[in-house]
Ligand binder design. Structure first.
Ligand code: AKG
Ligand code: FE2
Length: 318
């Protein structure tokens, strides 16, 4: 089931929504186990025990967009189907496209791990660190017309995130005032890049709320939404998100992070493209079934380029 009209209104009003039960408990448990292997080389509980004895390796300080950790790769595709195939969830993709109001185009996806004992990814003071994520995938500042040039970020909750587990702090409605709020902050010396130095001076912004959520939920938020990280109240927990950012297809020349076709990325992407669905290939810019590029000749050649690909959906638009 995708978003009801009331939920979509809520997304437009607040700039974010947490959608429950998009993924099953089994899918999330398998994804979390795979993610722990990539970050710790063992389970979180084993790593925590090693931490207690003062010899934790594979430490995560919460940094997200690097491709390679000593233990594995955090940029999509990471090579573990339990993680990579989350992108194939049709309802999840439907919700994304409802939020965007258009067909989606992939910007970037990665594993986002924060580990209580070692986490540094939070500001010192509760009024600091409020920012928009827009500049991660785009160089062009916020436009007044929210919903047209912003993109949508999403975090899938691989486990329950409760109040003591460092839920993201989000400011409802801030996506609609980000542009003018930054104009004023720049004039007052309260802006630094995509951040406000002191939330107390950004009086047009509402009070932050914690984005707690259950395992299997996904948070969707506008790239103009103002939010911040907070420290773990319970440092014996972790926060594991599978994240994806997508933009409207008509913005994707200037809203992008990853080049999945470049050498270096191909060794990771080609196995994924071989096995995934036409809809997901379309997120990466592949022509859709029915496109004139697909002829029996190009499809025969494609079967040699990507051995094992099922070209059936591209043949005669069937
Ligand atoms: O970890 C969080 O709660 C927020 C982190 C964040 O805003 C970011 O990485 O851009
Ligand atoms: Fe952020």
């Amino acid at each position: 089931m995708s978003l009801t009209p009331a939920q979509l209104d809520q997304f437009h009003r607040d700039g974010y929504i947490i959608v429950l039960d998009l993924f099953s408990a089994d899918e999330m448990d398998a994804a979390l186990a795979a993610m722990e292997q990539i970050f710790y080389g063992q389970s979180f509980q084993q790593w925590l025990a090693a931490c207690d004895q003062g010899n934790a390796s594979g430490v995560s300080d919460g940094f997200t967009t690097t491709h390679d950790h000593s233990e594995g790769r955090s940029q999509f595709p990471v090579g573990a189907p339990a993680l990579d195939r989350l992108i194939e969830n049709e309802t999840y993709l439907d919700v994304f496209e409802q939020c965007l109001g258009a067909k989606a185009s992939y910007c970037n996806a990665h594993l986002f791990m924060r580990s209580g004992p070692t986490d540094k990814r939070h500001p010192d003071n509760p009024w600091e660190g409020y920012h928009i994520d827009h500049y991660t995938n785009c160089l062009l500042p916020p436009h007044d017309q929210t919903g047209r040039f912003d993109y949508v970020n999403s975090g899938v909750y691989l486990h329950d995130v409760e109040d003591d587990g460092a839920p993201m702090l989000v400011i409802p409605g801030s996506h609609k005032v980000a542009g003018p709020a930054f104009v004023r902050a720049l004039a007052n010396g309260n802006a630094a890049g995509g951040s406000f130095k002191d939330l107390r001076q950004a009086t047009e912004l509402a009070a932050p709320v914690p984005a707690t959520g259950r395992r299997g939920s996904a948070l969707f938020y506008s790239s103009y939404l103002v939010h911040a990280a907070q420290p773990f109240a319970n440092k014996r927990t972790q926060r594991a998100f599978w994240t994806l950012s997508m933009c409207r297809r008509d913005n994707d020349r200037w809203t992008r992070f990853a080049n999945p076709f470049i050498y270096g990325e191909r060794e990771h992407m080609l196995p994924f493209f071989t096995a995934t669905t036409p809809r997901v290939r379309g997120l990466f810019g592949w022509p859709e079934p029915g496109h004139p590029y697909f002829t029996s000749q190009t499809l025969d050649l494609l079967e040699h380029t990507l051995p094992g690909i099922d070209t059936g959906p591209y043949r005669n638009d069937s």
